[in-house]
Design a protein around this ligand. Structure first.
Ligand SMILES: [Zn+2]
Length: 478
């Protein structure tokens, strides 16, 4: 028998290349790494600590491929607002007023949302640097919570797209990126440079930001198309093509580009993305909330483009829950397929012979190994295989009425919006336990909520944004 630090037993969903699921299996962890996985009757390990057994599920931690964690202070406030109202009315003012300490407070609840539901890796796109150390506050919260994070520091300065006070010279942006990288990078945190979208700085500056990522062997994380692209590309740059065509024309579109959203493309752009080897962070939950009936992930998946799933900022990512994102990927795609079918041939009818596109298995792939590949981290995370980091989610199914009986466990998990928080037996990053029986081991969530409630109230007064709260509510709030 071999010794390991921790031996987990239960149904082990490995996400390895063969997608082995050991219905009565084990996972062995030593020094933060997976050292063995298989069926229980073949187990050769003795654990220093052993947990689980019948009724437990062991799977890779989830990967969130798109986020803006500092937006915790305006969670859900997108409801009833126009894009311009939220972007200029309160996104910029409220996050701009967040210094290091406030950014920590603002980011912590969204981070707890993630880890308490089994997300072990998140990205973050941070673009408000009025206080240069705002990003440090987010990273301090990331570090305290113990989640793995790929932070993109976005430099923005276009005078039409970015309010005064939020613009930053490229030299300053890159110097700050270097500072943050030097200060925060470790086994679990990596830092890269980018901008929000292609109209947020001048073309030569965008190229310089991309060159920094290329030189530093990092990803270039960009929203494409971003909301302003259509409005500004033709007008200001004389560019009639799409955002991805622009990126390609600029020599940027390639394997180190990860594009957020990637919906409403021009004909041929999905093919172009596939040919260039770029990856996509799908954000299906937000697309559905915003009513994007044309949502289409399949244009990428059918072409072999690597895709992950992301949530976006909590201002519009209600619930901030990647399980909902998995479900939205499937419902969004199916509604999109139906929309396209009706537009192309409104006389066609369901025959009853159809098998719907997609599956819970596929959604779970996107949220684990898919996200790991999309973030170029699949050598370390995304599946439970010997040699990889032990980023693990362990669910105690025994009291979960919505996950019983077990034969359709994955559809029940994915369409049923995942396990309840109290059934989260453990969440681990690199073998270190972050969450045990639904609670973070070191962060007090009651304190986190209290602090964020107070912060929002302070910000409302300080930057005069209370008027956006419940802006079009019909209810009588007394
Ligand atoms: Zn975003």
């Amino acid at each position: 028998m071999k010794k390991c630090d921790l031996l987990l037993r239960g149904m082990v969903i490995t996400m390895n290349p063969d997608r082995d699921v050991y219905t009565d299996g084990y996972l062995a962890i030593k020094d933060g790494l997976v050292v063995g996985a298989g069926t229980n009757d073949s187990c050769e390990f003795i654990g220093e600590e052993e947990t689980g057994g019948d009724g437990f599920i062991v799977m890779p931690g989830l990967v969130n491929a798109h986020a803006h964690l500092v937006q915790g202070c305006m969670r859900g406030m997108a409801e009833g607002t126009t894009f311009e109202e939220r972007f200029f009315g309160f996104y910029y003012p409220m996050t701009g007023a967040c210094d290091e300490e406030r950014s920590y407070v603002s980011a912590m609840p969204p981070i707890l949302d993630l880890v308490r539901r089994g997300v072990t890796t998140t990205t973050d796109d941070h673009f408000t640097h009025v206080h240069k150390r705002s990003i440090d506050g987010v990273l301090a919260a990331v570090k305290d919570a113990g989640i793995r994070c790929r932070m993109a520091r976005l430099t923005i300065n276009d005078k039409d797209a970015v309010p005064e006070g939020f613009r930053e010279d490229l030299d300053v942006g890159l110097a700050e990126t270097e500072r943050v990288k030097a200060q925060w990078e470790d086994d679990l945190i990596s830092v890269t440079a980018s901008t929000i979208g292609i109209t947020y700085c001048e073309p030569d500056q965008l190229k310089e930001l991309w060159e920094w990522t290329d030189l530093n062997n990092r990803q270039f994380d960009i929203h494409a198309p971003a909301v302003f692209d259509q409005k500004y590309l033709a007008k200001r740059r004389g560019w009639e093509g799409g955002s991805f065509e622009w990126l390609d024309d600029a020599g940027i579109l390639g394997p180190n580009v990860i594009a957020g959203h990637a919906q409403n493309l021009r004909p041929g752009e999905a093919e172009l993305i596939a040919n260039r080897g770029a990856t996509i962070a799908l954000v299906p939950d937000m697309e559905q909330v915003l009513g994007l009936v044309s949502f289409d992930a399949r244009q990428f998946l059918d072409r072999g483009v690597t895709c992950g799933l992301g949530l976006d900022g909590p201002v519009v990512a209600y619930g901030h829950d990647l399980w909902t994102g998995m479900r939205s990927f499937l419902t969004g795609q199916r509604l999109g397929d139906e929309y396209r079918r009706r537009v192309s041939d409104e006389t066609s009818k369901w025959t009853g012979e159809e098998v719907l596109y997609g599956s819970a298995e596929q959604a779970l792939e996107l949220a684990t190994i898919g996200g790991a590949k999309a973030l170029m981290m699949d050598d370390r995370i995304g599946s439970l295989e010997s040699g990889k980091d032990a980023d693990v989610l362990m669910i105690d199914r025994r009291g979960e009425t919505h996950l019983s009986p077990p034969s359709a466990i994955l559809p029940n998990l994915v369409y049923g919006n995942g396990p309840s928080p109290e059934s989260i037996h453990r969440v681990m990053v690199r073998g270190r336990t972050l969450v045990e029986n639904g609670e973070h081991v070191s962060i007090d969530r009651y304190e986190a909520v209290k602090n964020l409630d107070e912060l929002q109230d302070t910000l409302f007064d300080e930057v005069n944004t209370r008027r956006f709260s419940r802006i079009r509510s019909r209810f009588n709030w007394v």
